[in-house]
Every structure is written in structure tokens, then in C-alpha cells.
Write a protein that binds this ligand. Structure first.
Ligand code: CA
Length: 233
């Protein structure tokens, strides 16, 4: 395995990194350190800016602080994951409790580092995350189908299987359902994980309807009194 080295031309083919950190001293230090290590760094000073950048640009890796203004770090990561952002993320935290670590990993963090940390360790872990990200495929298995969250394509397994392309919202909704296929979600949960919370829960019904039209009615199960669950896609 070769180590990541900065390319000769600055800004070209460098790993694009999103840093979400509110502490100015810490973020100045990290921007300098990560830039020197060959990353192109976008810095967001709060969770809202981090969410905006994370949803609108393509990053190879995300470094985020746990304690953030506007949207807290773990919540931010959960929102990015629910909208189909699979970019590997490393969470920085001042809290070392096991429960915090578990919560971060549950929200979709690949790695976790407690402040104060050793900068060489941070760089080594980022290299490992980048390598793993290059190796892995963002394809989810849905029984008889697969969902590629990057291309938003649902593919039927077997020869001659058809391929259906989903809209961004259909994909986000299916991604949330497929990530926990044995769990039933309420409309409110689906709304906050897959869509903007400003919308009404009725939007979930609309997109479930669209998904069923594309994938078959059995793809999503209505769970009486609760909401929806992954069906037999
Ligand atoms: Ca902080």
C-alpha cells in the first residue's frame, strides 16, 4: 500500500476534505496542517455551513468536531448519511466516554479521535480512511435488487435485470429504509432523515408512492400505526 503524497500541481487531484470545526484556533491549525499534507480543505465554522457544503460538494473525506453550533456534529453526520452522502467521516471530540463514541459510530462515523490528539495520528487515520473509501463500493443490497447511492440506480439481480434510476429524494428515502431493513420508520423520522424538516410528513407518502411505482408495490411495506418499512424489493 503506498502512502498518499501531494501531487506536483496544487489543487489538482488532491483529496478534497471538508473540515467542520467551530474553534478558530483549532480550525486554523487543522487547515494549515491538512493543506500541508496535500488536502484541499473547505472549512465550515458551524453545523449548518457543514451541512450545506457536505450536501452540495463532493468530498473524499470529512473531519468534524462533535460539539458544533447550529447543528451538533453527530446530528450533522446523521443528516448527511440519510441524504446519501457516504463520504468517510472522522469525528473529533473532547468527550472520551464510550457512549459518545458509540453514538458517533452509530450515526455513520468511520473513525473517532479524542482531543487533544496527536497530529501524526490524525493524518495516518485520514490516509487509512481515504484508502478504504477508494476500495469500497457504495452499493446496498436490497434482496433481489441493489441500490447504488452514487448513481442512484436500482438494479435487478440476475441476467437481463432491469435498472431504474431514482430521483435524489427517492434515493434518499430508499437509502434510509434500506439501511435498517428490519425496522419500521415513522413518517416524521423519514422526513427528518431523508428530507428537509420544513416539509410536511405527507411528502413521505408521495415519495413512497413514486418508489412503489418504479420498484413495485411490495418494495415498501406500510406498517399500520407506525409508518413504512423496507419490503421485498
Ligand atoms: Ca467545538
Amino acid at each position: 500500500m503506498t502512502e498518499l503524497t501531494p501531487p506536483a500541481v496544487p489543487g489538482v487531484d488532491q483529496p478534497h476534505l471538508l473540515l467542520v470545526e467551530d474553534d478558530p484556533q483549532m480550525s486554523d491549525m487543522l487547515v494549515e496542517l491538512l493543506s500541508e499534507a496535500g488536502h484541499t480543505v473547505d472549512h465550515a465554522p458551524d453545523g449548518q455551513a457543514g451541512l450545506h457544503l457536505g450536501l452540495s460538494r463532493d468530498y473524499q473525506v470529512i473531519v468534524l468536531d462533535r460539539g458544533l453550533p447550529a447543528i451538533e456534529g453527530v446530528d450533522l453526520l446523521r443528516r448527511l448519511r440519510s441524504r446519501g452522502v457516504t463520504t468517510p467521516a472522522l469525528v473529533l471530540t473532547a468527550r472520551a466516554a464510550i457512549a459518545d463514541r458509540v453514538e458517533g459510530l452509530d450515526a455513520g462515523a468511520e473513525d473517532y479521535l479524542t482531543k487533544p490528539f496527536d497530529v501524526d495520528e490524525l493524518l495516518a487515520r485520514l490516509r487509512a480512511l481515504l484508502r478504504r473509501h477508494t476500495d469500497r463500493s457504495p452499493v446496498l443490497s436490497l434482496g433481489q435488487h441493489t441500490l447504488d447511492v452514487t448513481t442512484r440506480q436500482v438494479r435487478e439481480l440476475g441476467t437481463g435485470g432491469r435498472t431504474v434510476t431514482l430521483s435524489a429524494r427517492e434515493c434518499a428515502l430508499l437509502h434510509v429504509l434500506a439501511s435498517r431493513p428490519t425496522r419500521a420508520f415513522t413518517r416524521e423520522e423519514l422526513l427528518s432523515r431523508a428530507f428537509d424538516e420544513a416539509e410536511s410528513p405527507g411528502a413521505v407518502d408521495t415519495y413512497v408512492h413514486y418508489l412503489r411505482r418504479k420498484l413495485g408495490h411490495a418494495a415498501i411495506r406500510t406498517v399500520r400505526g407506525i409508518g413504512y418499512q423496507m419490503g421485498s424489493a
